[in-house]
Write a protein that binds this ligand. Structure first.
Ligand SMILES: Cc1cc2nc3c(=O)[nH]c(=O)nc-3n(C[C@H](O)[C@H](O)[C@H](O)COP(=O)(O)OP(=O)(O)OC[C@H]3O[C@@H](n4cnc5c(N)ncnc54)[C@H](O)[C@@H]3O)c2cc1C
Length: 468
């Protein structure tokens, strides 16, 4: 492995290879994840072009050395960890916008482009890339985890926004999966093969992304409910109403209490009802938003309601207030992480079920967590039937960690019982390999293995991920 790193330094230059222990640690371990591995890469390499990546792959392939692609390291299932060591390929110097085609509503980018920077850069065109995972995430990682976020309710997931990919295969071969038109039915859908592959099939070195028109205006509303069931039932009503919400999110009573106690100054400008709360985002013209908010208000508080205490929909009165309300949802994970007691870690998991089953599984998951007597809270992309449970446990207490692990496993089983999935948006990594078999069955995994062997016969691309 070290010889491969030395060889890479000869081709890319000494500056392109780093052996620093802190850098290796940063690239091999995630504070956000429980699915870490003790393995570390022997070196981190920094390519600047597709040719550099191809050279890295040829060298590593020749020596059967693992390559682990790295974007911003924000993934949470041990997706970029290095259980088999190897060379970590960091794309942070491949952060250029290669071509912007506003008339075609697409943009060609290198994988190290951060989505927030991209959107700031093109904002004046009235277009944006809609996926919104961690604000630090890069296009390469977003493509490779098929990420989504709060905007997925309106815009779908990353797979819906990728027009084509340039990919360096394990042996250094460079392919482009398709060209730039919005549609094609030419040949196998190779783009889809690499979206969500978690870097196990090749390294993305360029992506053409579709862009959406920025809504002319946006607004935000929040509405608390007496129970998770009531909140989820209201969410179902809203989804079925056909109102084009831009996002529909849920936070449980624990999360709302955390906002009051530990939210940022922006978030603590108001006192939040410590009840399960829906967060709604509206997008469109000022007129359409006014019509949508009126319809939502009518649906949530029907005039013939016999409920003595109907839920109070609070609609942001100003742009600033809308931003503050939404910040509460976006900051939730950061706030949870920042208040962990010493020696405690957070086990965060992500499942998705058909939307009609969401209330049931959230209520069930909360009951499981409270039976453990640990701190746990729920946030979710309720519009997509996708939610996250974050559980805090004491790392010094092996029994507690084991109990939390078993609880997560039961949550996966419950999601599968409901025809759901063990990962709505975070991927499989090393954390959920066993559950993927439960979800898809041995035969489907065997097909995945055959595909993997066809493009990576030596098993050097991000080994040990997705399946055993
Ligand atoms: C605070 C926070 C909030 C989050 N919210 C969301 C959310 O709402 N929705 C959501 O979907 N996710 C969310 N995530 C998870 C994370 O942001 C996403 O998984 C994101 O897509 C990862 O991007 P990254 O650049 O950090 O990739 P990394 O973590 O660096 O890598 C992810 C995977 O992609 C592979 N990879 C990276 N670059 C390439 C490349 N060029 N070619 C091939 N493979 C590559 C890696 O090997 C790894 O398997 C959140 C994470 C955090 C910490």
């Amino acid at each position: 492995m070290l010889r491969a790193a030395e060889e890479i330094a000869k081709v890319l230059g000494e500056d392109a290879v780093c052996y620093d222990a802190d850098v290796l640690e940063h690239h091999g371990h995630s504070e956000w994840s429980t699915s870490n591995s003790p393995g570390r890469a022997v070196a981190v390499v920094y390519p600047k072009s597709t040719e550099d990546v191809s050279a890295i792959a040829r060298i590593c392939h020749g020596r059967s050395v693992p390559m682990v692609p790295f974007g911003a390291g924000s993934s949470v299932e041990g997706n970029f960890s290095q259980p088999h060591s190897g060379i970590c390929v960091d794309f942070s110097y491949m952060d250029k916008i290669v071509a912007f085609h506003p008339d075609d509503m697409d943009v060609v980018v290198q994988p190290g482009v951060n989505w927030v920077n991209l959107n700031n850069h093109i904002a004046s065109s009235g277009l944006f890339a809609p996926m919104d995972p961690s604000p630090t995430a890069t296009v390469g990682g977003m493509v490779s985890t098929n990420c989504s976020g709060t905007n997925a309710f309106r815009y779908g997931t990353m797979k819906d926004w990728v027009l084509n990919l340039t990919v360096v295969l394990a042996d250094g071969t460079v392919i482009k999966t398709r060209r730039r038109p919005r549609k094609t039915s030419a040949g196998y859908n190779l783009t889809a093969l690499f979206v969500g592959a978690e870097g196990t099939l090749g390294m993305v070195t360029e992506a053409t992304l579709k862009l959406a028109p920025l809504p002319q205006d946006t607004s935000v509303a929040v509405v608390p409910f007496p129970s998770i069931h009531a909140a989820a039932a209201a969410a179902t009503t809203l989804i079925r109403s056909g109102i084009q919400l831009a996002a529909l999110e849920i936070m449980d009573d624990q999360q709302m209490a955390i906002l009051n106690a530990h939210g940022s100054p922006t978030v603590r400008k108001r006192h939040w009802a410590e009840q399960p709360t829906l967060f709604l985002k509206f997008g469109g013209t000022p007129d359409s938003i006014a019509a949508d908010t009126a319809r939502v208000a009518a649906l949530l508080t029907p005039s013939n309601s016999t409920t003595p205490d109907p839920p109070a929909l609070h609609i942001a009165r100003t742009k600033e207030e809308a931003a503050d309300l939404w910040a509460a949802r976006k900051e939730s994970l950061f706030t949870m992480t920042s208040i962990r007691p010493p020696a405690h870690e957070m086990w965060s998991t992500d499942v998705a079920v058909p939307i009609s089953r969401l209330a049931e599984i959230i209520a069930w998951s909360k009951a499981e967590c409270s039976a453990l007597g640990i701190f746990a809270s729920v946030v979710g992309h309720v519009g997509d039937g996708n939610f996250h449970v974050a559980m805090t446990y004491d790392t010094r207490d092996a029994a507690q960690k084991e109990a939390v692990g078993k609880c997560v496993k039961r949550m996966m089983e419950k999601a599968l019982e409901m025809e759901g999935t063990v990962s709505g948006e975070h991927g499989i990594g090393i954390g959920k390999k066993g559950c993927l078999v439960d979800e898809l069955g041995e035969e489907a995994i065997a097909v995945m293995r055959r595909v993997k062997r066809a493009v990576d016969p030596r098993g050097v691309m991000n080994p040990g991920k997705v399946f055993h």
